[in-house]
Design a protein. Structure first.
Length: 532
């Protein structure tokens, strides 16, 4: 099926992709939904949303990610964080996957990664599942019809959920594999139907390529003031910390919810859509995100629903706690049409503290910002990765270690230089627990978090009185209008004050021990910030 191209199969041939069945090239959303339903990949839900289960894999498989170890990247990959694959193992995997593809139907999408045309990457995604084509069409950026006629992919992703890798033959860890070859500009994904692997592979790729151009890749959401792109804020954080929810504020313009770049020209979204968690999604607190779950072509992933009424159950986590929906940015009424913003005026580092120790907001010096950026403390929430069933405290450097192919100092120094040049104000925001650790305390009230962020972004928080936190040395506001004063001092929310002190000491020691790995690579002011 050509959809306007003379011979799309011929275009794939130079990449070694031949002998396929039908090739569905750049199908629009309605056609992809039609094909997915026809092939039994899922069900059409209310409003035309596509309801799908990803089977065994309901989250990412970070331990199955590999980078091919070649001379061109040998000295620049952070090998302690990225499993190596031999070029020979990759070639065997590639050949075996191509053999698997013979006679089968595939869906091809040619897309842009990056809203800034100066820094975007042209990516071809070849998928075995029609709904994967729909998903990545939402999550990356769609070229105009006329642009497709001259589209030449710089990188290609081949995704075959039906193919099982052989660890002995291919040099991988298991039958599931996600591997990246920088020499061949090729990403291979096999034996997982979890769609998030597609988008995070592109993010990992950009995290390697962009620093060489002086562009800071960021695992963050972003928004800007209405009518004023110069007033841009970015929200760093791992899944479950609130990036999507907090950036989709109705009084600001949403640039994007997960992945951005910061260049000399300003900030820009890598993506063209959102991938929002839906577990316990509240129609009152998050009405626009909730509404997308009933919009045409939204991909609703791993949610339990009534087979007769098709009503979604937002509280049922029996399949996974990592239930999600994927939709284009224009489904959010206040989303940016361009995906572009200014240089960040405010940088928010989101953490989900399962210890219940950190305050709901703290102002950071530039050195403290580097300390917390490199530390990347948060809690992995249930379901995001395989095997995580409850909040697990962790340090994920740069708030995105699974997607960092280079050493953390590369990103830390790049961010430090941009903060110094553009004078951004940095904040640490805890969306985790208060009144006790996980199991005893409760989640930070979202209304309080939003009130604190509003005060930070409109500048009013800068005039508040601050106290110095005795554990970490950062500044914490004493009182903020509309926020329970007790929340601002987490120790007061604990019934057992001695228990809080013990937890705080434990957390400080964890920070200190984790940060030892960065001491040889950082400036003296950041070392001083680490002391508190």
């Amino acid at each position: 099926m050509t959809n306007g191209r003379v011979n799309p199969a011929q275009e794939l041939a130079h990449q070694g992709i031949t002998g396929l069945g039908n090739v569905y090239y750049n199908l629009p959303e309605h056609s992809l939904v039609e094909e997915a339903v026809k092939r039994g990949e899922g069900r059409l839900g209310k409003g035309g949303a596509f309801l799908v289960s990803t089977g065994q894999f309901t989250g990412r498989s970070p331990k199955d990610k590999h980078v091919v170890r070649t001379a061109s990247v040998e000295k620049t990959i952070w090998w302690e964080n990225n499993a190596a694959m031999s070029p020979e193992g990759f070639d065997r995997l590639h050949a075996d996957m191509l053999a698997h593809m013979q006679g089968r139907d595939y869906f091809v999408q040619d897309l842009y990664a990056g809203a800034d045309p100066v820094h975007r990457l042209d990516v071809r995604v070849v998928t075995e599942l029609a709904w994967h084509g729909l998903f990545i069409r939402h999550l990356l950026r769609r070229p105009d019809r006329a642009e497709l006629d001259s589209f030449v992919p710089e990188w290609t992703i081949i995704n075959c959920p039906g193919f099982k890798a052989d660890p002995a033959r291919h040099g991988c860890r298991s039958e599931t594999v996600i591997t990246m070859n920088f020499d061949k500009k090729l990403i291979l994904i096999a034996n997982t139907a979890y769609a998030g692997e597609n988008k995070k592979s592109v993010f990992t790729l950009l995290n390697y390529l962009l620093p060489e151009k002086g562009v800071m890749p960021m695992h963050c959401s972003a928004n800007h003031a209405i009518g004023n792109p110069v007033d841009t804020a970015v929200f760093f954080g791992l899944s479950g910390t609130g990036k999507t929810t907090l950036s989709a504020a109705p009084d600001r313009i949403l640039i994007g919810d997960d992945e951005h770049g910061w260049s000399d020209r300003g900030s820009f979204n890598f993506e063209g859509g959102c991938y929002a968690k839906t577990i316990n999604l509240d129609p009152e607190a998050e009405p626009e995100i909730y509404a997308t779950t009933h919009r045409f072509a939204t991909v609703v992933e791993n949610m339990v629903y009534d087979p007769e009424t098709l009503d979604l159950d937002f509280e049922d986590d029996s399949l996974t706690a990592n239930t999600r929906c994927a939709y284009p940015l224009d489904y959010i009424s206040n989303a940016s049409a361009t995906g572009l913003g200014g240089h960040p005026k405010n940088i928010i580092m989101l953490t989900c503290d399962a210890f219940g120790v950190l305050p709901p907001i703290a102002r950071l010096t530039p050195a403290q910002a580097m300390y917390h950026f490199l530390s990347g403390f948060t809690s992995k929430v249930a379901g995001t990765e395989r095997g995580v069933t409850e909040p697990t405290p962790t340090f994920s450097t740069c708030f995105g270690a699974p997607f960092m192919p280079r050493r953390p100092e590369v990103y830390g120094k790049l961010l430090q230089a941009k903060i110094a040049k553009h004078g951004a104000t940095c904040w640490l925001v805890n969306t985790g627990w208060t009144g006790g650790a996980y199991g005893t305390g409760k989640r930070m009230p979202i209304k309080a978090t939003r009130a604190l962020l509003s005060a930070a972004l409109d500048g009013s928080l800068a005039t508040a009185d601050f106290r110095r936190d005795p554990n970490f040395g950062f500044d914490v506001p004493v009182a903020v209008p509309g926020v329970d004063t007790a929340l601002l001092d987490p120790r007061t929310t604990w019934a057992d004050k001695g228990g809080y002190d013990a937890q705080a000491m434990k957390l400080v020691e964890m920070f200190s021990k984790n940060f030892e790995q960065y001491v040889p690579f950082i400036d003296e002011d950041v070392k001083a910030a680490a002391i508190g």
